[in-house]
Design a protein around this ligand. Structure first.
Ligand code: NCD
Length: 305
């Protein structure tokens, strides 16, 4: 059976540490890794829009000397003719050594993994999970803050549909002395299953509505976009979309060592004027994502240097 990454829980804390160490080494010594994927192919099957995640996977594979193939929209694949995801995956596994898949349906990559003879990586499934974004987020926190424990982590925006939020809460809950401050409108609070998991695991968290009230207490502020495509009606989206806008005035209330993160794309949640603040880490986060994907591909394809 190949090793898949469908949920961040598929990786132990030790394995995540090893991936971060590997990413640090790739950043320091890129030449050492430049050929290690020679002759290997990664297929990116994206049934849903993406800029960073797909290009990051493709760039990661190329930087390791490998090749990529795939599609970037369901309507350019045989899905538009009615082919099932399982049949597509069985087909693509004849051409590629691993598959990164994004799909609007929760659980689609997990279902596909049942029939797939090569590793499948979940590159985002509906409003559920996004484990490789979490790998990018963890490396960002470790490099920016120097640790993954003893942190007050604010998550702000669409906590209901934001899949990156779900996977990051899951991962950060493993580390010691983490306190989550969950900032959202009532309608966009975290799903019940996550609240139940955190309660069962004894994870400390509070749920609040106003960013201004808590921003001064945070080590990390993870901003998110309101997930328009997951709303049932446009009216609700329009009412909630600008619930939070991080601007220069709010940054003045924050600590000098705050780290501001965002999985991107942003819409209005962070004003452009914040980009030049040294506490803004969201574009570094993009760069770290590529290195973590390189480390992950090496692990799943069992490639060593
Ligand atoms: C996120 C996603 O697709 O879930 N983007 C990403 O992969 N970096 C966040 C989002 O779309 O809001």
């Amino acid at each position: 059976m190949p090793r898949h990454l469908l949920d961040i829980r598929n990786l132990s804390t030790d394995e995540i540490d090893e991936l971060m160490d590997r990413a640090d080494d790739i950043i320091a010594n890129p030449q050492k890794y430049a050929d290690c994927m020679r002759g290997k192919k990664l297929a990116t099957l994206f049934y849903e829009a993406s800029t960073r995640t797909r290009l990051s996977f493709e760039a990661a594979m190329m930087e390791l000397g490998g090749n990529v193939l795939g599609f970037s929209a369901a309507d350019s694949s045989s899905a538009s003719k009615g082919e099932s995801v399982s049949d597509t995956v069985r087909t693509v596994a004849c051409y590629a050594d691993a598959i990164a898949m994004r799909h609007p349906k929760e659980g689609a990559p997990t279902a596909a993994a049942q029939v797939c003879p090569v590793p499948i990586i979940n590159a985002g499934d509906g409003g559920h999970n996004h484990p490789t974004q979490t790998l990018a987020d963890l490396l960002t926190i470790r490099r920016e803050k120097g640790r993954l424990n003893q942190l007050v982590v604010g998550m702000c925006g669409d906590l209901q549909f934001g899949r990156t939020v779900h996977s990051l809460i899951d991962a950060m809950s493993r580390y010691k002395s983490i306190r989550f401050v969950l900032i959202s409108p009532k309608e966009l609070r975290i799903p019940d299953y996550l609240r139940e998991d955190m309660t069962a695991e004894g994870v400390t968290f509070t749920e609040v509505e106003k960013l201004e009230d808590v921003i001064g207490t945070l080590d990390i502020l993870y901003m998110t976009r309101v997930q328009r495509e997951r709303f049932f009606n446009e009216e609700d989206y329009v009412r909630l979309k600008d619930s939070y806008i991080l601007d220069v005035a709010k940054m003045q209330l924050a600590r000098q060592d705050l780290c501001v993160m965002h999985p991107l794309p942003r819409v209005n949640e962070i004003s452009k004027a914040v980009d030049s603040d040294p506490r803004a880490a969201y574009f570094k986060q993009v760069a770290y994502g590529k290195f973590m994907r390189e480390a992950l591909l090496m692990k799943l394809l069992e490639v060593e240097v």
